[in-house]
Design a binder for this molecule. Sequence first.
Ligand code: PRP
Length: 207
Amino acid sequence: MLNIALPKGRLGERVYNMFAAAGFECPALLENSRKLIFENEEAGVRYFWVKPSDVAIYVERGAADIGVAGKDILLEYAPDVYELLDMNTGICRMAVAAKKGFRDDPKKTLKVATKFSNIARAHYASRGRDIDIIHLNGSIEIAPILGLSDVIVDIVETGTTLKENDLEVIETVVPISARLIANKASFKFKGDDIERLTKHIAEQIKG
Ligand code: PRP
């Protein structure tokens, strides 16, 4: 039995369809219900819907053999897992944004609001810029508007959230997409199944 953690939401449904097309079907999964675990014994697969930012925890600790997590989460938390494949979906970018017209004063410590403190720290360390991290859990875009921070480091997908809050991208930190990840021990013991699935999904991405 292959245990698979999927990110709850639209991305998870898209990803499930790729898994199903690779031969790991579990039709009950798409029925609207509050159930979180679905099994198809015949196909040898058990799926869990988990919070997207928790997928890597399930996989790292072996509660799931494989899963799909955003590169943002992998960079931020550096879980001890194998990254098998860029799934070429869930595409967005990690960016620095600020109020329109913002000019950085290098003499001052830059106040950075973000959910991704490690990514932000590494980004500014690489350019030797002194920063003060303000760690928030969501609605990051409000911080520069209220003067809580100078800039934000956050995910930008369509850019709508920034636009509607009069913010603009200053620079891209790193491109982001969904990645197929595997637990290290599972990769050893269930390697055949995992490799078969990875190969089929890679073919779908190419095709
Ligand atoms: C993410 C991100 C931005 C928004 C970007 O937020 O933090 O706020 O999506 O998307 P856009 O460029 O298409 O507007 P999410 O919905 O995950 O919520 P949260 O960060 O506020 O928790």
